[in-house]
Design a protein around this ligand. Structure first.
Ligand SMILES: NC(=O)c1ccc[n+]([C@@H]2O[C@H](COP(=O)([O-])OP(=O)(O)OC[C@H]3O[C@@H](n4cnc5c(N)ncnc54)[C@H](O)[C@@H]3O)[C@@H](O)[C@H]2O)c1
Length: 265
């Protein structure tokens, strides 16, 4: 069987850097970012492109079987305008390429911030109503809707992963409730790339967390078996909930986004 080709967007970012070494044995990789990658390995092809450049996106998508869409403009106080190119136009350019080239699978890195405005205390809910906590989160709500549109219209198989907090350590009393290890996130991505029953599903990118915000039932139904426990990966300088400053937003599922004013531009 020939090796499939997978496009990773945001390939110079933190999550891509962590998953690339684990994916490159299984797939040929097209790696797209607006900044250059200077460490390309055999089987990897780099594409320096901005997602707002549709022609460049189409070039990177040629010959691709699946897309892992990680690229994103984000910051705590990002304006609506600053999210438009990468998070709105860029996502649509990729989905349009799926339709044109018959790309079969799409894994979308969404965020828990789509429900970030909910109060954290006692929160445990996979199906909470959408409650974005800023323009970053709003752009993820758009992305989820766009993925759903193309999945239902064109038959694209898609997995939306609402990622919690990815990295080596859980750093505080909020993030320990939604931390995800890289290998657990990779397991979810693999479900997105391979699972035969996938249509357009939404799961949470979380490991086994204490007082978990998200029970993650759909992920478990799809066979997800988290390998890592957030409790065992607390940072050395872990800040307990009671010691978190208000600026870190301990009272909200999404944490520190709430105090930042909403700016259109
Ligand atoms: N890291 C986390 O804990 C976390 C939590 C929730 C969601 N996510 C989501 O996962 C994805 C990856 O996260 P990350 O931590 O690796 O992010 P990151 O910021 O480290 O990487 C994002 C990458 O996207 C690239 N990029 C931005 N705009 C672009 C554009 N217009 N064209 C091309 N490339 C562009 C950047 O250059 C960067 O390399 C993001 O979509 C993020 O929203 C991450």
């Amino acid at each position: 069987m020939t090796m499939k080709t997978v496009l990773i967007t945001g390939a110079a970012g933190g999550i891509a850097a962590a998953i690339r070494p684990l994916l490159r044995d299984r797939y040929r990789l097209h790696l797209l970012d607006r900044v250059a990658l200077d460490d390309l390995q055999p089987g990897e092809t780099g594409f320096i492109a901005d997602l707002s450049d549709q022609a460049a996106v189409l070039k990177a998508c040629e010959g691709v079987d699946a897309i892992i869409h990680l690229a994103c403009a984000h910051s705590l106080d990002i304006s609506f305008e600053a999210t438009l190119d990468a998070n709105y136009r860029g996502t649509l350019h990729l989905l349009d390429a799926c339709q044109r080239f018959g790309i079969e699978r799409f894994v979308f890195a969404s965020s828990h911030h789509v429900v970030g405005h909910h109060a954290a205390e006692g929160f445990r809910n996979d199906r909470a109503e959408i409650a974005p906590d800023g323009f970053y989160a709003l752009s993820k709500v758009f992305g989820e809707g766009a993925v759903s549109l193309y999945a239902h219209r064109t038959g694209l198989r898609a997995l939306i992963i609402r990622i919690g907090s990815a990295g080596p350590h859980a750093v505080d009393g909020r993030r320990v409730r939604l931390w995800v290890s890289i290998r657990d996130l990779l397991q979810l991505i693999q479900i997105g790339l391979d699972h035969p029953a996938l249509r357009c599903d939404t799961v949470y990118g979380v490991s086994d967390c204490p007082e978990a915000f998200f029970p993650n039932r759909r992920a478990l139904e799809l066979g997800y078996t988290p390998q890592d426990r957030a409790d065992e990966h607390r940072a050395d300088n872990f800040v307990a909930l009671a010691d978190m400053p208000d600026s870190e937003g301990p009272g909200y599922v999404g944490g520190p986004y709430m105090p930042h004013p909403l700016k259109l531009a």
